[in-house]
Design a protein around this ligand. Structure first.
Ligand SMILES: Cc1ncc(COP(=O)(O)O)c(C=O)c1O
Length: 374
């Protein structure tokens, strides 16, 4: 990646920041777009609300472009957790239905489904992670004629394992099972095509690989499943014509916008928009290729220093980040030691998680490798 891109990320002046699977720094364009909005609020209040409304719709269009969806299939949610819970709560469950997922999912994608057990009599079937991997075959084998939803992360948060979304999506669609994805650990780093992967809904906050601010998420709901997912949080903005206040009884908004009950986090949305524009400009394919190569470079370096890399080496299962262990040094100790050297990572479930992004350089990986004890 070139120097001009790197200049957009002032964080590089202070740190080798390799922690995008936790919280990303934002870029200058994101900062400036958010500042533009807050400055306008400061000086003009709501006077230019139409322009900002149009700016929000432009973000909806670029988000749709990024994931190969239609703009009316994109809603903005407060975070990934809210997006996933809106889907889980919106399904007309019947006692004895089941949901298939994995035991290594982040709590955001377990709690909304676990809650359905006592409330609706829905069984949650969790396929186990083994040595940093999940078997697609095992996931598919857990599906039966009472399965209503399969829900998985695009990339698992504590292993970097990337699911074969296309195979799972196809299997689900053939059986009328909803396929729901927690996309936060992949989107931005890896390309996501909702059509090709036959995804019915996904949620992803902006603050990880999307390089945007926190507290604003994309919630994709496929047009074809809108009749199967009822919005359970309704508000003035969920309807077709929100500004016709006297018409309380109105049809719901035609698309995914029905999942937006009230005022949006406009600063967050426009900031996310600037981040997406940068991805579209640099090129998602180029970014993905660069990150997969960088991760392989890191893998070799870690292994040669005696670290056990938990993340799967298989081509379709690799992602942009790696999780590793050392026989003697704990992940917490390694994280602290690196932080003292201005190298930012995170310990997760006893593993050190190293998660670069496209503005990071191989020389920063070298710095990390040199700082790691053998
Ligand atoms: C896989 C995964 N899903 C969800 C979240 C949380 O998302 P949010 O804070 O946007 O709800 C995280 C990390 O914080 C995560 O790793």
């Amino acid at each position: 990646m070139n120097e001009a891109i790197r200049q957009l990320f002032p964080v590089t002046r202070h740190y080798a920041y390799l922690n995008h699977a936790a919280v990303s720094p934002i870029s200058l364009p994101v900062y400036e777009r958010m500042n533009g909005y807050t400055r306008d609020l400061l000086e003009r209040g709501l006077v230019r609300y139409r322009e900002w409304g149009e700016a929000v719709e432009a973000v909806r269009r670029s988000a749709a472009r990024l994931v190969h969806a239609a703009p009316d299939e994109i809603a903005f949610a407060a975070n990934t957790s809210t997006g996933l819970a809106l889907i889980a709560n919106g399904i007309a469950w019947e006692r004895g239905d089941n949901v298939v997922s994995a035991d290594c999912e982040f709590p955001s994608n377990l709690l909304p489904w676990q809650r359905l057990g006592p409330v609706d009599g829905v069984e949650l079937r969790l396929v186990p992670e083994r040595q940093g991997r999940l078997e697609t075959e095992e996931i598919l084998a857990a599906i039966d004629d009472r399965t209503r939803v399969v829900t998985l992360s695009f990339v698992e948060f504590a292993s970097g394992f990337r699911h074969d979304l296309a195979t799972i999506g196809r299997y689900c669609r053939e059986r009328g099972v909803l396929f729901v994805v927690d996309a936060i650990q992949g989107l931005g780093a890896l390309r996501l095509d909702v059509e090709a992967c036959q995804i019915d809904a996904f949620a992803a906050d902006a603050h990880k690989f999307l390089l945007g601010p926190d507290g604003v998420a994309l919630l994709y709901v496929r047009r074809g499943v809108l009749d199967r997912i009822t919005p359970t949080v309704l508000g003035w903005m969920s309807v077709e014509s929100p500004f016709s206040f006297q018409r309380a009884e109105q049809p719901l908004a035609a698309g995914a916008r029905r999942f937006e009950p009230g005022a949006l986090n406009t600063a967050g949305v426009v900031g996310l928009g600037a981040a997406i524009d940068l991805f579209l400009e640099v090129g998602p394919e180029r970014i993905e290729r660069y990150l997969l190569e960088l991760a392989e470079y890191l893998r070799q370096g870690l292994q040669s220093r005696g670290y056990e890399v938990v993340s799967s080496p298989r081509p379709g299962e690799r992602s942009s980040f790696l999780c590793c262990r050392h026989p003697r040094h704990s992940a917490e100790a390694l994280h602290r030691l690196l932080e003292a050297e201005a190298i930012i990572t995170t310990p997760r479930l006893g593993r050190l998680r190293i998660s670069p992004h496209f503005y990071n350089l191989p020389s920063e990986i070298d710095r990390l490798l040199e700082a790691l004890p053998a």
